[in-house]
Design a binder for this molecule. Sequence first.
Ligand SMILES: NC(=O)c1ccc[n+]([C@@H]2O[C@H](COP(=O)([O-])OP(=O)(O)OC[C@H]3O[C@@H](n4cnc5c(N)ncnc54)[C@H](O)[C@@H]3O)[C@@H](O)[C@H]2O)c1
Length: 309
Amino acid sequence: MKRVLITGVAGFIGSNLLDHLIARTDWQIHGIDNFSTGSEDNIRHQFNNPRFKFEKKNCSDVSSLKEFDYVFHLAALPRIQPSFDLISEHVRANLLEGVHLIELMVKENHYPRFVYSGSSAIYGNPAKIPTDETAEINCMNPYAFQKYEFEKYLELIATRYPLNYVTLRYFNPYGPRSFNPKNSFNAYSSVVGIFLNKWKEGKPLLITGDGTQKRDFIHVYDVAEANYCAAVYPEKLNDVFNVGHSSTHSILDVAKMISDKYEFISKREGEAEITFADISKAKKVLCWGPAISLESYITSAIKDIPVSK
Ligand SMILES: NC(=O)c1ccc[n+]([C@@H]2O[C@H](COP(=O)([O-])OP(=O)(O)OC[C@H]3O[C@@H](n4cnc5c(N)ncnc54)[C@H](O)[C@@H]3O)[C@@H](O)[C@H]2O)c1
């Protein structure tokens, strides 16, 4: 039985990872979250589970990692547009809070497998389509830069101390809980969740720009499984892997899958024209691949039935 820590457990991906690991393993899971963007509603259903313990706290308030075999580091302020305005708040959340965990591992001389939630935002507007892990890094916004900096800290500190990490660069995760009505940064959450919410309210979907920008949408259950595969891989990896579906859809096409009522609003600067993951490395090394398509999720969400894996 393994002991694991999930930071950011009350968020969209963290809470889905929690449910996935509870269902898939016999692990004892400790979750922390400061509720800056996450919500207790996402994890309350696990509160009576003896395999789950929750503490409301910042990563920087974690005093020891000694008891853990695996650490899944998801805590962040993961929104592109607000990272231009609230700069120091984003540097703290996306970089310094995680650096504290690296320092703890070094201080305690204890190196659990550290699975880091990285982002495809670091590729910017990639010249290589589909984009593999060797593509040029081009951070177009502070959020991307902070996500990349943390990756680099893992890489650099591992040259001196025996860190044991895996970075997963997520493309565009979607799925249950991606839209949190209590989150003030909601306008920047997954477009699939925003569109489905507008559709439920009977309102037109708002498409930024002309809608030709394309995204590689990956279901959060597939993201959770990638985290599991990265944790249990038997040897030290200290490597990065793309986690996407390896397909791409324009935002206009996604809107049309959901509703025929949509409108166009102004384009947002600092965001990529296309994301499209080459996932051959994760397939080959981690034996991981996506199981859910965007089309099947949207069909299930519209009919209000669970998506089949
Ligand atoms: N959702 C995406 O589109 C996407 C894409 C690529 C990468 N990621 C990465 O995946 C991870 C999870 O993202 P998400 O979409 O679930 O976001 P989210 O905002 O739903 O979850 C992040 C969670 O971290 C918590 N948190 C923030 N700062 C904290 C701190 N200092 N201490 C403790 N908890 C803290 C928040 O309250 C929230 O519950 C992030 O690291 C993000 O950068 C997300």
